[in-house]
Design a protein around this ligand. Sequence first.
Ligand SMILES: Nc1ncnc2c1ncn2[C@@H]1O[C@H](COP(=O)(O)OS(=O)(=O)O)[C@@H](OP(=O)(O)O)[C@H]1O
Length: 886
Amino acid sequence: MISGVEATVPLLGVVAPRCIVKQATVKRCVVALLLVSVVSIFYYTQYVISSPLSSLIHRDTRPEPSIRCSTLRGATRLPVAPDHRSEARLRIDPKVLVFVETLYSRVGREIVELLVYNRIKYKVEVAGKSLPVLTNLDKGRYGVLIFENLNKYLQMDKWNRELLDKYCREYSVGIIGFAPPGEESLVGAQLKGFPLFIHTNLRLKDAQLNAASPILRLTRSGETAWGPLPGGDWTIFQPNHSTYELLAWAYRDSLDYTDEKSPLATVIQDHGRYDGIQRVLFGSGLRFWLHKLLLLDSLSYLSHGQLSLSLNRMVLVDVDDIFVGEKGTRLKKDDVLALLATQQRIQALVPGFKFNLGFSGNYFHHGTSEENLGDDILLENVDRFTWFSHMWNHQQPHLYENVTHLQLDMALNKQFAKEHGIPTASGYSVSPHHSGVYPVHEGLYEAWKRVWNIKVTSTEEYPHLRPARLRRGFVHRNIMVLPRQTCGLFTHTIFIERYPGGRNRLDESIQGGELFQTIVYNPINIFMTHMSNYGNDRLALYTFESVIKFIQCWTNLRLSSAPPLQLGERYFQLYPEEADPVWGNPCDDLRHQKIWSRNKTCDQLPRFLVIGPQKTGTTALYTFLSIHPTISSNLPSPDTFEEIQFFNGKNYYKGLDWYMSFFPVAKNESSRYLFEKSATYFDGELVPRRAHALLPKAKLITILLSPARRAYSWYQHTRAHGDPIANNYSFHAVITASDTAPKPLRDLRNRCLNPGKYAQHLERWLSYYLPQQLHIIDGEQLRQNPVETLHELQRFLKITPAFNYSTHLRYDPKKGFFCQVTNEERTKCLGKNKGRQYPPMEDRSYKLLQRYYLSHNTALVKLLKRLGSRTIPQWLKDDLTDTVMT
Ligand SMILES: Nc1ncnc2c1ncn2[C@@H]1O[C@H](COP(=O)(O)OS(=O)(=O)O)[C@@H](OP(=O)(O)O)[C@H]1O
């Protein structure tokens, strides 16, 4: 008999002989062996893998980069394809028109995602009976047309097809088409109207590229993508005309197929020698990674280089949490030496490459003695890396309420750096868990500037973590915030065998998958890794060396690296329009909420905005609303009084904290209706976009008055404020100023007249907000019957019970307006600068302005009808009637 105690790991070597000696039954032996195996597996997984010995155990199985690639074995690199600029006389904008089957169809979505990733402009059109407008005066609108489903192009009705083909010939515009998976398998079917034959529903393997193809630019030929191509529904092309040239081919992936040696065209180029139109046809969608590259090259080629991406890519690898890792996961001497050796090999492929180490000094020498030696070796080689400050104690900055404490902790890390010879002038820092970078914690920016003179940082969180293709950069308080890419390695991914989804998942990402594509699509890449990714299996070394080799193998990209400051400068040279931030609502994203200050709440944001325009009675409305018991306005601004003027102008750059400081509400006060009024929001070009990013659910209130009378009131207001131009020129001179008039006069004219183009501005707001979110107040009604106006407004805002204004507002004959009732006899009216006394507008000016605003007022009537307005304001009718009569 074998006792349970005997059948444990230490008895491993004893059990079997005893079985033989005692000649126990075979059955018992098998049971005992099974038991021993189970216990050993349990012991191994529970204790050995997670013990400090684990690195020894895994040492033999550490992955080594092994990319099947002839170039890397020393084969000569083929010359890089020339750029695609041609002599063609182009009258096109570099924009792509994508014909999709439906707005949700898969290949269409994949095409659009690829365009977005590469910041290529596009328009999506559902392929249907009619064609979109293709020209704009004498200019073509699109550089390349893409058909998600090639059949939609082939089966287009004759009239549209002729029109489209004519456009392509006239403007040298190429067509890209994707063969859809067929319901039935076709063998040798002819493509309608073309000397081209297809076979469908095939399984393929081992893709190769035509080195002689003029299309290849970003993509490098000369290699084989070994293994099956994704999907079993490939279409291949068999041409019967000299216009066709193969771009890519593969081989039949079928055991019973005898002729598997002959190449089958999966992507084919039509040079346009048959009907004057250049095309590239794909035998499947974009599931195969190589096709994504070929699509980018085809866009470049067919647009005559107008849609060519730069071939330069910069790559920086941050290693965060240096010294932070737990015992057993930190770097030992050999790991540091491996880090240096890999860095040297990468430098041969990526000039300027150095791992960028982010340290937290508080954890120095916190490992085992071997790991502490690793810390020392890192510092001995301090000059061979670049360095940046992480955080002294790895505390998240948004948790510091007090900037001084944050500064003190940062200073400790700086002191540590100085004592250990770590350079302190990189101007770069990364915040633990992205905390405080976005959403912005002002304290972090302030402390960074003061202690470290930080000029650049990076985050994955702007505007959101996902989708990665939409990550962008911005500049705040002169600190450049760069988008950071993800490489698939996290603090706990330290053994390849335990990589989520298995080793294949990581290899797929490297070999044409997510990581590879990230580098292909992003000119500037900053990857985040952690110290633990360089110990243990050294997964990060494997990952980066492999992906860089794969890029070398399959692309003509020129990789390089540089310190973060240079990367930042390059980034904003490439994308200057991104410098302007767009503040989103932190409460719309759980991740953002977690890294935002704990004492902030989204209740501190307004629920509705009074957007103007100026001189329509916005101050009166603001004052009346402030009387309401459950409505609260913002606190006054020292510069702009009751208006914050956040979404337009410079205040926007002061950030969200600044804006929210005008709405100090206690956490339990969420039932209050906060609002803000800034009359210049109405016509601000950027305002609707910015307002919507922060307050997508807000309601909007606008007041409209005769635009002519509004313009005159504005002129009087500007004069009263001492504007020299308004005081030197009559109203008539201002509104009739020609485009050759002095600039200050022209500017004044524009500021005076532009807000009155109501329909145009409202349409801009309505391109972000739903019509149900907009409430239009008739300015005349507000003057004459504010009680009724406010009643309707409360209904729109769904405020119950409605506040009865009739006892709170009274007409003041002296002022000529309704004012706030203070007691039986007295009222409190707006100051002298509202409801001013000034001479009436000259008749000729009024008539001129009626004509000037005619088209805008007509558009307003249409807009109001579209919005379901039952009554058209009297002033609008008058303005239009008077115009017709003159
Ligand atoms: N109750 C009440 N009291 C005083 N004034 C009133 C009131 N209701 C509407 N109005 C009209 O509001 C005009 C000023 O508009 P705004 O407050 O929007 O001007 S501003 O843009 O904020 O400067 C102001 O324009 P002017 O008459 O040209 O001064 C008034 O006509």
